[in-house]
Design a protein around this ligand. Structure first.
Ligand SMILES: *Cc1c(COP(=O)(O)O)cnc(C)c1O
Length: 420
């Protein structure tokens, strides 16, 4: 074990030793384990500082220059900086940085363009889509008439012909593209063509890949999708939050939908963190980071396949690798739990056309953003893939799990978690 994180929060330690101890243990876990959950990352340490700042003390309902409370001398500047940086980073006309997270950002888009019962279209959850794109248990599936498209049976890629057919048939108000468990480039040109043909508003939800888009490692939907939503805490490395980027014609509707439509006061400390992350995402270093994230995911996918583990679509263009463990005869949950014991943290996940149940599926979802933030490269990514294969081939062998655990710890010690 490395040394425990030196207590960085003496005031918390004094006020609440119990929570202080848990935060220390969590910091240690984030140092000692290889974190492969595709939606997670290490936020920039400077972002963590803003998240705990005095901006938490301020209420700012409204938008810069049009607030309902006085005392916005600094907050207005913070919010304008965040907006301006995002606009130039992503090449868009308007940015709203107030959504509390990705799901509220998406809900605001529904509120801006739809009435309850209107038809919307998105990628189904079992095919790699997000709950908020119209899945039945979500408010977006309950309050709207959600039509779901899927992936092709043969190659598991998004079926653009099906998208076109369903769009012509159902004429959705919103056409969502964006994924949480899909590893291939999204064809924004084709989506835009289909949306234009049926007069739908194309919404690109780039929550998982916004860091890759900002860093030039995935095509940008800017100029193709008039509305773009994202979380700010995944590949983007910002604070937990959300954003909506859009064409100027939609700015008013989006702003009204976020506030006063859906939310009250914005989380100003988060806004500041988004501004910081947007600044850092505009650097040459971040471009190199985004490219390395993809290289590392590719290296992992190739090595996993070489070891006989199925990879959905046969590889990846992004940060994400969706494994199909069927060839190994090991359920995803069993694998994820054994891997966690070995110090490798991932999540079990359905694969397209999964024959197993969602709570006990065939797949395992992996991602490279967090290991890349620690400075790991292709060699380490391959090593990690080999450990994953070792554990999956011996889920019940405590000796193998223990050996991998020790080797993982040694590697983690060479690559300190950001912020330590
Ligand atoms: C993560 C994610 C969201 C939701 O973000 P939360 O911050 O968890 O609400 C929405 N859409 C996609 C595609 C995502 O990956």
């Amino acid at each position: 074990m490395t040394d425990a994180r030196p207590a960085p929060m003496p005031l918390l330690e004094n006020a609440d030793p119990e929570i202080h101890a848990l935060l220390g243990q969590e910091a240690q876990r984030q140092q000692d384990k290889i974190r492969l959950i595709a939606s997670e990352n290490y936020a920039w340490p400077a972002v963590l500082e803003t998240a705990g700042s005095v901006l938490n003390n301020k209420y700012s309902e409204g938008y810069a220059g049009k607030r309902y409370y006085e005392g916005q001398q600094q907050v207005d500047q913070v919010e304008r900086l965040a907006m301006e940086r995002l606009k130039s980073l992503f090449g868009v006309e308007h940015a709203n940085v107030q959504p509390y997270s990705g799901s509220p950002a998406n809900l605001a888009v529904y509120f801006a363009f739809c009435k309850p019962g209107d038809t919307v279209m998105g990628l189904g959850l079992p095919a790699g889509g997000h709950l908020t794109h119209g899945w039945k248990v979500s408010i977006t599936g309950a309050y709207f008439n959600a039509v779901q498209y899927g992936v092709r049976k043969d190659d598991h890629r998004i079926d653009m012909d099906e998208v076109a057919t369903l769009a012509r048939e159902h004429k959705p108000k919103l056409l969502w593209c964006g994924t949480t468990a899909y590893s291939r480039v999204i064809d924004y040109d084709r989506f835009a063509e289909i949306a234009n043909e049926v007069s739908a508003v194309l919404v690109a939800d780039i929550s998982h890949i916004s860091g890759l888009v900002a860093g030039g490692a995935h095509p940008s939907p800017a100029g193709k999708a008039p509305v773009i939503t994202s979380t700010t805490h995944k590949t983007f490395r910002g604070p937990r939050g959300g954003m909506i980027l859009c064409d100027a014609v939609h700015a008013k509707a989006i702003d009204r939908a976020v506030f006063p439509g859906l939310q009250g006061g914005p989380h100003n400390a988060t806004t500041a963190g988004i501004a910081v992350a947007a600044k850092l995402a505009g650097t040459p270093d971040f471009r190199a980071y985004a490219a390395q994230v993809v290289d590392n995911a590719r290296a992992m996918a190739e090595q996993l396949m070489a070891r006989g583990i199925g990879v959905v679509t046969g590889g990846t263009d992004t940060h994400l690798v969706l494994c199909d463990l069927t060839p190994k005869g090991v359920p995803g949950k069993v694998a994820a739990q054994a891997l966690d014991r070995a110090g490798i943290v991932s999540n079990y996940n359905s694969v397209p056309f999964d024959t197993r149940k969602p709570f006990d599926p065939s797949g395992l979802r992996l991602g490279s953003p967090a290991i890349t933030s620690r400075g790991m490269g292709v060699d380490e990514a391959k090593q990690v893939a080999n450990w994953i294969a070792d554990v999956i081939e011996s889920v019940d062998d405590d000796g193998v799990v223990e050996r991998v655990r020790n080797e993982v710890l040694a590697l983690c010690n060479q690559f300190p978690a950001p912020g330590r």
